[in-house]
Design a protein around this ligand. Sequence first.
Ligand code: F6R
Length: 244
Amino acid sequence: MEFIIASDYDGMSRKAADVVESVMKDAPECVLGLATGSTPIGMYGCLVEDTAKGDVSFANVSTFNLDEYCGLTGDHDQSYRYFMDQNLFDSVDVDKAKTHVPNGCAADVDQMCEEYEQAIEDAGGIDIQVLGIGHNGHIGFNEPCDHFPVITHEVDLTESTINANSRLFDDISEVPRKAVTMGIGTIMKARKVVVLANGEGKADIISRAFTGPVVPEVPASVLQLHPDVTVVLDAEAASKLDIA
Ligand code: F6R
């Protein structure tokens, strides 16, 4: 596991974009696993800028997002499809047909989840998976529990996650209670993983996830078992990390 510690959010975003771009430059037809949330917005901004400059191209890239709320269509401004369009897809040269976000409105959720896993396989597997981390250690929407869920599946969101995400909705009652997420197994199959975190509020969980025991109660701790993980932090998120 490699740690890259930047002084601030902009530095974290730049360094994370560099990690993703090096995969894109090595393999222009690569498959990117993508995350939403506040953390990667700056990194997406760097990718947009670098695409505009011609440093990098999404023309042959495929993407698979980690998760989506249940019950929100792609044009809902809090859906993760909408987030990706706004923060990346609409501003780069990606073929939208090659961008995938789980369908939160599928009539048969289990079937949609199976098809999502199959689509990742058919694309050749994920070359690099971008992850943020929840305050409770969740990755994707894999919440703390007594096992590591393997494949893409429907989840009940915890109160902690609903509260954290309510900042983006007019009222907490509007936050969906369920979501669809890649499983821990789906994430662990990615050939490379880059985890981003910034701010003091993430310092405790970063320390627990990457220097504590590997337990499903801290889902991100499983990444200690992955052979190729880069953790990109700002100084605040790294402040409780003892990796000397
Ligand atoms: C988003 C996702 C979540 C977030 C996590 C951190 O697709 O899968 O696991 O990465 O909740 O969110 P932020 O970045 O808003 O702190």
